[in-house]
Design a protein around this ligand. Structure first.
Ligand code: 8OZ
Length: 372
């Protein structure tokens, strides 16, 4: 019998050869003024390069796709130059890094949009959620603006924008791959779920129609950079950003079955509420069933699980068939999380007041074990 893999064993995810199964989950940190990645960001990611895979914070594929102050982009020359420094530095430290492709859809504010326009969405339904703007140098939570419904004729350009950003990421900025952000109530998740999608065209109504934009994006992105470099993040039941669907199991079973055909590097699942409870009594979901649906349809990508894991839960997830485990907040406070998990060492506590915005404090100044 093959012994059960540990968190510290190498694994491959599509074309990505990973030194271990511990992944740094994407974490928004709002430290990229003018959407341009900085040398400090290069330092932050490089400090964490012992993870098997780093997934960057979400990066806007266009100005329209941006919804928060000081988040990075993937569409301008200076942005790509900034990212180049990040990928070079991580690679020099032996790490692997993919960038998360982000269009926020309705989770935005007119002050961040081109010409101060309305954010775009599947339907003109305002999300009951907040976004972060910076006012007088201080992060401020404000209501998201009322969106306008995208015309059917605008959707090909959105698909093309994802594709262009993926190409920029791999060909210009030097990333090992991309993760399509289809979770947490942002544009692609808004299309999937009935609470935000009331369209009457080919992109609304049936499950097949609601999944259409997502699958067109996957097709375009994999065509541009190769499926073995592409992952996708899904959050079937998260209430984040007012995401809601009354019947998520058949919806997501359909999505992963359709994804099986693409030979992606990995499927990344947020179990439960993003950064919250893993079990939601009013939103039950069978994650093992989801993985089985993917495998039964021939899906060979690595199965990555996330949300509120500690070492024991992560090891149990691997024993139960996951290939990769993603840690978010523990990576904020523990640049050497892999070494700490290996040794069973105590973890540093993160300072929530420095999660979003600011500089080096609470970002690149967390101690490693040897310096404790
Ligand atoms: C926290 C704050 C702002 C954005 C996500 C990109 O939830 C985010 C995000 C998280 O996926």
């Amino acid at each position: 019998m093959t012994p059960i893999a540990t968190l510290f064993d190498p694994v491959h995810a599509g074309d990505l050869q990973l030194a271990n199964r511990i992944v740094m989950a994407p974490l928004t940190r709002n430290r990229a003024p003018e959407a341009i990645p900085t040398p400090l960001m290069a330092q932050y990611y490089t400090q964490r390069a012992s993870a098997g895979l780093l997934i960057t914070e979400a990066a806007a594929i266009s100005q329209q796709g941006q919804g928060y102050a000081d988040v990075p982009g993937l569409y301008g020359t200076e942005q790509l130059d900034g990212w180049k420094q990040v990928t070079h530095s991580v690679h020099a430290a032996g790490g692997k890094i993919v960038v998360q492709l982000w269009h926020v859809g309705r989770v935005s504010h007119t002050s961040l949009q081109p010409q101060g326009g309305k954010p775009v969405a599947p339907s003109a339904i305002t999300a009951k959620t907040k976004t972060v703007l910076i006012k007088d140098g201080v992060p401020a939570f404000v209501d998201t603006s009322e969106p306008r419904a995208l015309l059917t004729t605008e959707l090909p350009a959105i698909v093309h924008t994802y594709q262009a950003a993926a190409r920029n990421a791999v060909e210009t900025a030097g990333f090992d791959g991309v993760e399509i952000h289809a979770a947490n109530g942002y544009l692609l998740d808004q299309f999937l779920k009935l609470g935000s999608n009331q369209r009457r065209d080919d992109f609304g109504g049936s499950i097949e129609n609601r999944a259409r934009l997502l699958l067109e994006v996957v097709q375009a992105v994999t065509q541009a950079v190769g499926a073995g470099r592409v992952g996708i993040r899904l959050s079937p039941v998260t209430p984040a950003n007012d995401a809601f669907d009354p019947d998520p199991q058949p919806l997501f079973d359909y999505v992963v079955r359709a994804l099986a055909a693409f030979k992606l590097a990995y499927i990344h699942i947020i179990e439960g509420a993003t950064a919250g409870d893993r079990e939601l009594p009013d939103r039950p979901f069978d994650y093992t069933g989801l993985r089985r649906a993917y495998r039964a349809a021939g899906g060979k990508g690595a199965w990555m699980v996330n949300n509120g894991l500690d070492k024991a839960l992560a090891q149990a997830a691997i024993a139960n068939g996951a290939d990769l485990v993603a840690f978010g907040r523990p990576f904020i406070a523990n640049p050497d999380l892999v070494a700490r998990l290996r040794k069973g060492a105590v973890l540093n506590e993160g300072d929530r007041s420095t999660y979003y915005g600011g500089g080096a404090k609470g970002y690149t100044d967390y101690p490693t074990l040897s310096k404790d």
